[in-house]
Design a binder for this molecule. Structure first.
Ligand code: SF4
Length: 195
């Protein structure tokens, strides 16, 4: 996970530390990350990060630089970037999408109706869909990917609406993960459902 261990947001399902003013970025992180990954000889790597609303670019330049350095040191390594929404800034999304990555991932996390109860108030279902669309439009051939958690109380109809990508011009590839298995809910976490 890039850009530290402290996020400026506070999604209710997430146990990452949160602060309005996390420590500054480590300027050497892109180089050190690329160097370590190239030594490990991996074929596919997933990079993710905390959200950094305290930074003017949300950390987009730092993320993009990390991808570029990985591709420079290990051109054969496939890179998936699981990013934040960059506060809905299209230019920042494009910067990351054009960094040389292979897969641009950004999670909607849940169905639209449950979004306000599950995610930080600065996130939004529509905003996340725009992020994915901008990423797709920014570079020909880039693969976009998103995920939803199951068991938060979503109905089957809401889930199918989401999976069909009815808010988009075309469906997106989705994966699903089970909320109860993936996360240890915090005391403030939203209620779960097993139905
Ligand atoms: S933006 Fe990501 S890292 Fe930050 S609180 Fe939400 S899920 Fe956790």
């Amino acid at each position: 996970m890039l850009m530290g261990d402290t996020c400026t947001r506070g999604c209710r399902f997430c146990s990452v530390k949160t602060s309005r003013a996390p420590p500054p970025l480590d300027p050497h992180e892109p180089e050190h990350t690329a160097e370590a990954l190239s030594r490990w000889g991996l074929g596919y790597v997933v990079l993710t990060s905390v959200d950094r609303d305290d930074l003017a670019d949300g950390g987009a330049a730092h993320f993009a630089e990390t991808v570029r350095k990985i591709k420079h040191k290990a051109p054969g390594m496939l890179v998936e970037a699981l990013t934040g929404d960059y506060a809905g800034d299209e230019a920042m999304v494009a910067m990351v999408a054009r960094s040389g990555l292979d897969v641009y991932a950004h999670n909607v996390e849940t169905v639209e109706a449950l979004t306000p109860m599950v995610r930080d108030r600065r996130a939004g279902f529509g905003q996340s869909l725009r992020v994915l669309r901008w990423a797709k439009e920014s570079r020909e051939g880039v693969i976009t990917k998103t995920s939803v958690m199951l068991g938060l109380g979503e109905t089957e109809e809401q889930l199918w609406e989401t999976l069909r990508g009815e808010s988009l011009s075309s469906p997106l590839p989705f994966s699903s993960r089970n909320y109860l298995l993936t996360y240890r809910p915090q005391p403030s976490a939203p209620p779960t459902s097993t139905s």
